[in-house]
Design a protein around this ligand. Structure first.
Ligand SMILES: NC(=O)c1ccc[n+]([C@@H]2O[C@H](COP(=O)([O-])OP(=O)(O)OC[C@H]3O[C@@H](n4cnc5c(N)ncnc54)[C@H](O)[C@@H]3O)[C@@H](O)[C@H]2O)c1
Length: 333
């Protein structure tokens, strides 16, 4: 099986590639044996794409890396040819950046996805796995979203992801393309670009700095270790039903304030290192996914507790300064 992974030099995509290629010492338990004969990464290497994320599998003869933009139909057409499956991660992914400027979010997340879907149709790709987010539902005060919940995105990021989800599902209904969509909660783990809250806080704390807490710190997120996310995607890739959406959650909801407390503890710092900043515009209050469907149909359940995952993540950032210092501009500072 030849698998094309878009955005495979990013945080989650690179974990998927490392998992597919079975990095020695990687936790393969509970991961379907997809046994790829070839894995192609198509990635534009934007600010968040980093070839160093693929260093552990760089020498695997099954890996091919193509630097290219999913918005360029000719490039996409050439790369998609010969693949059985596309797992589509490539996206502009940071909400704050989408508030500052929405154009790259719409062009990459919507039009880039369309270019990939068209190429998948042309080349008879057998399965298109579209990786999306719980943010497409907006915010929920109580209870949890099921997969048939109406979409009500609030940020330009989530609106562009919702657009791409609908487009992918429309290609299934209109053209019969085998599409499956996954929607997951907030990921954390090694190799996450230090603009997202957990690596931002951890790297600031390790550097002796302060951390910015939005508003009253009461926004609630469900935290999912990136490895559990990728296990869930692999299960959907292997056995998900065409045309269906599957939620992948971590099962641990925390307010941002509670999360901050855990990160301060893990880094041995106190609340004097926390600075309250004005709330993000249109900030969703709470996300919560019901994961009954993927659990019943595919046997998915998160396997890494937040306590163990955060400890491992903090240790990884402590041990891998050479990876993140060039990204935060703190090297030799
Ligand atoms: N991080 C999360 O918590 C989270 C949660 C839910 C869903 N997701 C989704 O998972 C996917 C991956 O997220 P991530 O956190 O790994 O993001 P990331 O920003 O770390 O990685 C995105 C990757 O896509 C590449 N890319 C961006 N624009 C491109 C383009 N036009 N052409 C080709 N490559 C391009 C980047 O170079 C980068 O390698 C995204 O689709 C995102 O919406 C992420």
């Amino acid at each position: 099986m030849r698998i094309l992974v878009t955005g495979g030099a990013g945080f989650i995509g690179s974990e998927y590639v490392r998992m597919l290629l079975g990095v020695p010492g990687g936790t393969a338990e509970g991961v379907p044996a997809l046994e790829p004969t070839g894995v192609t990464v198509l990635d534009a290497l934007t600010y968040s794409g980093n070839p160093a994320n693929l260093a552990p599998v760089r020498d695997d003869p099954r890996l091919r890396f193509v630097q290219g933009d999913i918005r360029h139909a000719e490039v996409v057409d050439e790369v998609v040819a010969g693949h059985d499956v596309i797992v589509h991660f490539a996206a502009e992914s940071h909400v704050d950046r989408s508030i500052a400027g929405a154009a790259p979010f719409v062009s990459t997340n919507v039009l880039g996805t369309q270019a990939l879907l068209d190429a998948a149709l042309r080349h008879g790709v057998r399965r298109f796995v579209h990786v999306s987010t719980d943010e497409v539902y907006g915010s929920i005060a109580e209870g949890s979203w099921t997969e048939d919940w109406p979409l009500a995105p609030n940020s330009p990021y989530s609106a562009s992801k919702a657009g791409s989800d609908l487009l992918a599902l429309a290609y299934h209904r209109t053209h019969g393309l085998d599409v499956v969509v996954t929607r997951c909660s907030n990921n954390y783990g090694p190799y996450q670009f230090p603009e997202k809250v957990i690596p931002l806080f951890v790297t600031n704390l390790l550097d002796g700095g302060t951390v910015p807490l939005y508003g009253d710190g009461g926004n609630v997120r469900d935290w999912l270790h990136v490895h559990d996310h990728c296990r869930g995607i692999a299960m959907v890739q292997e056995k998900g039903r065409a045309g269906e959406v599957y939620h992948i959650g971590g099962g641990t909801e925390l307010t941002n304030k509670e999360l901050t407390g855990r990160l301060l503890d893990a880094c041995g710092a106190g609340w004097d290192r926390v600075v309250t900043v004005p709330d993000r515009k249109g900030h969703d209050r709470r996300y919560s996914l019901d994961i009954t469907k993927i659990n019943r149909e595919l046997g998915y359940a998160p396997s890494i507790t937040l306590g163990a995952g955060l400890a491992e993540t903090v240790a990884w950032y402590r041990d891998n300064r050479a990876w993140w210092e060039p990204l935060t501009g703190t090297a030799n500072a």
